[in-house]
Design a protein around this ligand. Structure first.
Ligand code: UDP
Ligand code: MG
Length: 309
């Protein structure tokens, strides 16, 4: 195989001190057969020995590059920083916890050589995920695919290869609420998927708490769809229609029967129901308004305190 191209590997890490060295060893073995590559570790404000470990290996191998954030800016921003500074003809992003087997890189490169510009790795063993994460993630993809204009591949995590052309397209995105999975599917190009078996985390704990997961899911939905905003219109319409019918019924009761006072249950139920929907819709409005407010500041996605290239 002709291989005079350069591969960039982008690895976001947040407190992954015990994963850095084992991961790098495997990666270097895999990458040996390629002419040129770089491994960009993006330290997302870790407060353990992650950065120290990365520096150790960097001292032995200058193909290892370091970007270190001034604080924790989140997984998505870390990947974006890696894209921004990458110089390869293709860029592969993977997690630092060895859940994304580096062995798959060869298969990704093959697909890329066949002409695909985005190669997603899709995990095929959801069972290992745990019931909660599995159900919530399924639900999330159902919701997002039914209400947004881009189709996101179910079970594709942030383990993928993208071509330089796609990287350049993504570099133009200046939004603060990054949802890279959505963006990659939004930009188009020739995309394909390969399957892999997701491994257990090598060391440490998941950095995605329930709170972070919910935030991430909400950000994904509100970044790619304004349909929730239209919900109030639809709900309002339906409720008005039924209210009208019920109004007619109430008039009928009042004028043509002697059962007029017995309406307490229906009053309380409808008041609570409409109140609930109103609060919900105000929440939806608030979510978008808040986002507008934050985006309007045009803050940078991340601040780098240390960089070795
Ligand atoms: N990560 C990060 N910043 C964060 C949270 C996570 O850079 O604020 C990194 C983390 O070190 C890992 C990857 O993102 O390399 C995926 O996180 P994790 O494995 O904790 O998520 P899970 O696989 O449990 O969904
Ligand atoms: Mg993980």
């Amino acid at each position: 195989m002709e291989n005079n191209f350069k591969i960039s590997i982008v690895i976001p890490c947040y407190n992954e001190e015990d994963n850095i060295i084992p991961l790098t060893e495997i990666l270097l073995k895999t990458l040996k057969k390629y002419n040129d590559y770089e491994i960009i570790f993006v330290d997302d404000g870790s407060y353990d020995k992650t950065l120290k470990k990365i520096k150790e290996i960097r001292n032995k191998n200058k193909k290892i590059k370091i970007i270190s954030f001034s604080r924790n800016f989140g997984h998505q921003n870390a990947i974006k920083a890696g894209f921004d500074y990458s110089t390869g003809d293709c860029v592969i992003s993977l997690d630092s916890d060895l859940q994304h087997p580096p062995g798959l890189i060869d298969e990704m490169i093959e697909k890329w050589q066949e002409g695909y510009q985005v190669v997603y790795a899709v995990r095929n063993n959801f069972k290992s995920l745990g019931f909660f994460k599995r159900t919530t993630s399924k639900l999330f993809y159902k919701i997002i695919n039914s209400i947004s204009d881009v189709k996101m591949t179910y079970n594709a995590a942030d383990f993928r290869l993208i071509d330089r052309e796609v990287v350049n397209a993504i570099k133009q995105f200046k939004e603060n609420y990054l949802y890279i999975r959505g963006i990659v599917s939004w930009v188009g190009f020739k995309q394909t998927t390969i399957k892999y078996k997701q491994e257990k985390r090598f060391s440490g704990e998941s950095k995605y708490s329930l709170k972070k997961m919910i935030k991430f899911a909400l950000s994904g939905i509100t970044s790619f769809s304004i349909k929730p905003l239209k919900l109030s219109l639809i709900l309002g319409f339906i409720i008005s229609f039924f209210s009208f019918l019920y109004g007619l019924y109430a008039l009928y009761i009042a004028f043509f029967t002697d059962r007029a006072i017995t309406g307490w249950t229906s009053v309380i139920v409808s008041v609570l129901f409409i109140g609930g929907i109103q609060l919900f819709m105000i929440g939806v409005l608030g979510e978008y308004l808040g986002k507008l407010f934050m985006e309007n500041k045009r803050r940078p996605n991340y601040i780098i305190k240390d960089k070795e290239f």
